[in-house]
Write a protein that binds this ligand. Structure first.
Ligand code: GLC
Length: 452
């Protein structure tokens, strides 16, 4: 049994006696390759998802208008004609990297191909691609060059469903009739070969690919995911792979929701399925059971740019979202759908800036941390890094903040907002911290607790 697991059990069960236990689950204990590969991802915590393609011209969702056409008001013919007009002359990958940096986002995931099959890279195996639009240049190449130059980890979203490929489905029919794919047809293997060729392009022409973010939708077993996992690892040993090609691979991807307790390996978590929530164990799992995860989320309701969708989450909600996710050991992949001209809309920029302001003060309680030792409290969340414990106060209490279940001896407490030490009293039963009258941050105020 690793030193870590012993420590963790002591920490959970033994009480104050385990005062010298470090909070941080030492993933170094096992020192497995998986841990080395995921180290940057676990530390990064916050990323920028980018859903972009010719669909942004129509202010609709990506691909879904041809899969479930009823509510979008665009025909498949019109949707298919969008690339003829796609010319994002204001697109500047450096601007996106600047925005991600301002927001505090430490990696990016970009849609190289969505379900519609349109490629934002210059694939040699299709004509349905960015270099055949008026824009004419390989956007994935521009982005990957900029990311390499500026040291921004980049991952590729790649959709296994491909409504444009005749091996995936009978393309003489409308997409709405067979968008789940037709693995029973003899042409299916030609589609899997196409995937192999395209993944090979993505992993050999665009530098370091930190993540392949599959989005397999239903019946993912039809893709024979292991074959692609092997291919990816052959081409780039350290590329991480998410869980949407029929295998859990490196991490799971709750979509548009934040799990209410810490995900563990025995629970599958793909869609926004409320039954998942019921299966989750409460409390703090042993580190070996922890399932690495990433919530992906939109700022409004759609992944693609949609001028009619004004249902924005507030900056405060997004900051709280980041805190919720981090307190349960996850990553937060927050989406922007760029405009058809290549710009990020002002409503998104404002929110990214506001998150960045919060992170500039409180970032040490987010990056490089993992789930905290106290879960399920109403007023606060916890994260932990080494022997530092962070308390994210989401509801500012009127009385001293009382923390029970803290097993370590506290050396000091201070607010990240002003670095001022706060008076505290620790007894066998609890830790009481005297807080200023007003919360220093209207979003979430963070206390740093140094322990022995
Ligand atoms: C869903 C949608 C897709 C989106 C993805 C992001 O699976 O099909 O449009 O790209 O979620 O998680």
């Amino acid at each position: 049994m690793s030193a870590y697991i012993l420590n963790r059990r002591q920490f959970l069960n033994v009480g104050l006696a385990a005062a010298s236990v470090s909070f941080l689950p030492s993933f170094a204990a096992g020192e497995s390759l998986a841990d080395e590969r995921t180290a940057w991802f676990r530390a990064a915590k916050f990323g920028m998802f980018i859903h972009w393609g010719p669909y942004s011209l129509a202010s609709v969702e990506a691909s879904w208008p041809i899969m479930k056409p009823d509510s979008w008001g665009i025909s498949e013919t019109d949707y298919r004609a969008l690339p003829k007009r796609f010319n994002p002359t204001k697109w500047d990958p450096d601007h996106f990297i600047d925005m991600a940096r301002i927001a505090g986002q430490k990696y990016m995931v970009f849609t190289t191909k969505h379900h519609d099959g349109f490629c934002m890279f210059d694939s040699s195996y299709t004509d349905y691609k960015i270099t055949n639009t008026p824009y004419g240049k390989d956007i994935v190449k521009q982005l990957s060059d900029a990311c390499a130059r500026r040291d921004m980890p980049l991952g590729f979203y790649y959709s296994p469903p491909d409504l444009n490929h005749p091996g995936f489905r009978d393309t003489s029919k409308l997409s709405k009739d067979n968008w789940n794919g037709q693995p029973e047809r003899y042409l299916w293997s030609s589609y899997l070969d196409y995937m192999r060729l395209q993944l090979t392009e993505l992993l050999t022409r665009y530098g370091d690919v930190k993540v392949i973010w599959f989005d397999g939708l239903y019946h993912q077993e039809k893709y024979d995911g292991q074959r692609f996992l092997d291919l990816i690892h052959k081409l780039q040993r350290t590329t991480l792979v998410n869980d949407r090609i029929g295998l859990t691979a490196d991490y799971v991807t709750p979509e548009q929701f934040i799990p209410t307790s810490i995900p563990t390996k025995d629970v599958h978590m793909r869609g926004a399925d409320s039954s998942i929530q019921k299966e989750l164990r409460t409390g703090v799992p042993p580190a070996a059971d922890f399932q690495l995860w990433e919530t992906c989320m939109t700022i409004n309701q759609t992944w693609a740019y949609n001028a009619h969708d004004h249902n924005y989450k507030s900056a405060s909600d997004l900051i709280r979202g980041l805190v919720e996710v981090t307190s349960r050991g996850g990553n937060f992949l927050l989406n922007v759908g760029p405009q058809p001209d290549g710009m990020i809309q002002p409503e998104f920029q404002e929110r990214l800036e506001a998150i960045g302001k919060w992170i500039a003060v409180n970032g040490e309680s987010i990056y490089g941390t993992t789930f905290g030792p106290i879960q399920g409290e109403k007023n606060y969340r916890t994260t932990v890094k080494g022997s530092d414990l962070y308390i994210h106060v989401v509801e500012w209490p009127l009385t001293p903040l009382r923390i029970t279940d803290l097993k370590s001896k506290v050396l000091s407490v201070h607010l990240l907002a002003d670095n001022q030490p706060l008076p505290f009293k620790q007894t066998e039963r609890d830790l009481q911290i005297t807080l200023p009258q007003e919360a220093p941050d209207k979003n979430v105020s963070v206390l740093s607790i140094r322990t022995l």
